[in-house]
Each structure stands twice: as C-alpha cells, then as structure tokens.
Ligand binder design. Structure first.
Ligand code: AP5
Ligand code: MG
Length: 214
C-alpha cells in the first residue's frame, strides 16, 4: 500500500509528477483541484460554492475538501494506494486526513515537498495548457504539444486554466505561504517528509522522486 502526498506551491509540478507516479505505481492520482474544477464544470452545488474561492486564488473551505477526499479515498481503486495532489493544504486538512486514513485502515507512507523558485512558478503557470479531453498537461515552452492547441495523446483541445492569470497566481502563492507551507513542519514531526528539487528536467525530477520513494 502506497499513500503518497505531494506538497508544493502552485506550479511546483504536483500534477505533472502525480500523473507519472500514478502510471508507474498503478494507483490513482487524487487531485482536489481537478475534482473541484470538475464540480464547477458540472454546475453542482459544491462547484457553485467553490468557484468564487478558486477564481480569487483563495482556498475552498476545509469541510468541503475534506468531504471529497474522504469519499474518494474510500473508493475501490484506492485500495492499493493513492497519490494526493494538492491535499492537504491546511493544518486542519492534515489532521482530518490522519483520521480518515486511520478509519480506512490505510496509511501515509511518504510526503514529498517539491521545491521551486517563485520566478520559475510564474513562467510555468502563465504557459500551462491542459487537455480538455484527458487532462494531460503541457507548457507552451517547456513541454509543448506536437500540434498547436491539440493534445498529443487524445487529440483533445488544450485550454488555459481560469486561475492562471498573473494576479490570481500571486494570490495563490500568498495563500500557499500562509496556509500550506506550515505543513512542512507538521510532516517533519512524522519523519516521513523529504524535499525534492523540482526545477530542471521533468523526467530527472521523477527519477529522483522514485529513488526517494524506494
Ligand atoms: P490546484 O489545482 O491544486 O492548483 P495549485 O496548487 O495552484 O497547483 P497547480 O495545479 O497550479 O500546479 P501543479 O503543482 O500541479 O503544477 P503542474 O504540474 O500543473 O488547486 C486549484 C484551486 O483549487 C486552489 O487555488 C483552491 O482554490 C482549490 N483547492 C484545491 N485543493 C484545495 C484544498 N486541498 N483546500 C482548499 N482549496 C483547494 O505544472 C505547472 C506547469 O509547469 C505545467 O504547464 C507543466 O507542464 C510545467 N512544468 C511542470 N514541471 C516542470 C519542470 N520541471 N520544468 C518546466 N516546466 C514544468
Ligand atoms: Mg495541479
């Protein structure tokens, strides 16, 4: 059983590395950001509540995200493990996660803190493109698709996220520092956290992560 948490600022590469880990270990990527965007797209009650917070670069209330993660980790495909991407993001979320994994008879086996400079983050997020069909991620400069605006894997249209505007990115970074960075100390107390240099080549970063997790 693998229960992995990817911690890191917006644009640190959580989604990129979570997808690679998910494929390599055959366990699902559990991204609260993706689940919330799906709820917004589908116009559910939760999506309507979350949208305002997300558009401003703020955090969605703890009880909302804790509820979705609890349901998701209890699903059958999480039996062999999960890669948490973007959760927990506050101390109360981390405490709730501790309770949930215990209740479900699972455990957190590793926490990786992805470290990258703020200047690089801005460049990464401003150029990010996502496939509307399969969720694959690209970057106009660092990881461009073969055909402009089209996904290499499924041919779907690529879109830019609503919250990837400079001003909103700044708000997300402020919230990261205030609410999420304290989790590094929280997990230091468990002895399970390792930091990973998350700039440079995507495959090199992935190789380092895999080495650490072994
Ligand atoms: P979420 O979707 O989690 O966004 P985020 O944390 O801001 O992180 P990102 O998805 O922007 O970045 P990433 O680290 O995944 O990087 P990526 O791999 O895409 O959350 C969105 C919103 O939802 C939040 O603001 C909040 O409102 C809400 N929310 C979600 N979870 C919540 C929670 N738990 N509690 C409360 N609210 C919550 O990479 C970025 C770009 O860089 C890509 O283009 C990629 O191709 C490129 N790239 C990646 N690695 C490299 C590399 N090594 N070199 C060059 N380019 C690279
Ligand atoms: Mg992401």
């Amino acid at each position: 059983m693998r229960g992995i948490i990817l911690l890191g600022a917006p644009g640190s590469g959580k989604g990129t590395q979570a997808k690679k880990l998910s494929a390599s270990y055959a366990v699902p990527q559990v991204s609260t950001g993706d689940m919330l965007r799906e709820a917004v797209k589908n116009g559910t009650e939760m999506g309507r509540q979350a949208k305002g917070f997300m558009d401003r670069g703020g955090l969605v209330p703890d009880e909302v995200v804790i509820g979705i993660v609890k349901d998701r980790l209890g699903a059958k495909d999480c039996e062999k493990g999960f890669i948490l991407d973007g959760f927990p993001r506050t101390i109360p979320q981390a405490q709730a996660l501790d309770r949930v994994v215990k209740e479900l008879g699972k455990e957190i086996t590793g926490v990786l803190s992805l470290e990258v400079d703020e200047g690089e983050i801005m460049e990464r997020l401003c150029g990010r493109r996502t496939c509307a069909g399969c969720g694959a991620m690209y970057h106009v400069r660092f990881n461009p698709p073969k055909g402009e605006g089209k996904c290499d894997k499924c041919g779907g249209a690529l879109f830019q996220r609503e919250d990837d505007k400079e001003e909103t990115i700044r708000a997300r970074l402020v919230n990261y520092k205030k609410s999420t960075e304290p989790l590094i100390d929280y997990y230091r107390g468990t002895g399970k956290i390792r930091s990973v240099k998350a700039s440079g080549n995507i495959d090199t970063i992935f190789a380092n992560i895999t080495k650490i997790l072994q």
